[in-house]
Write a protein that binds this ligand. Structure first.
Ligand SMILES: [Zn+2]
Length: 59
């Protein structure tokens, strides 16, 4: 069996409430990021948006 090692996975997944804002601050490295990104360009942490995780529309 292979270990769970993926090429584009950063330090950790970071859960964020919504992509409804233009920018956010990465809680891992405190760098400002655009929410259009799916991961932090600095530390590589994956951004996961709760409103998308559920697959439900919000608003
Ligand atoms: Zn970061």
């Amino acid at each position: 069996m292979r270990s769970q090692h993926s090429k584009n996975v950063g330090p950790s997944d970071i859960l964020l409430p919504s992509r409804g804002v233009k920018t956010l601050t990465c809680p891992h490295c405190w760098t400002a990021q655009r929410t259009e990104r799916d991961f932090c360009c600095r530390c590589g942490a994956a951004f996961r948006y709760l409103d998308e995780e559920r697959g439900a529309r919000v608003g």
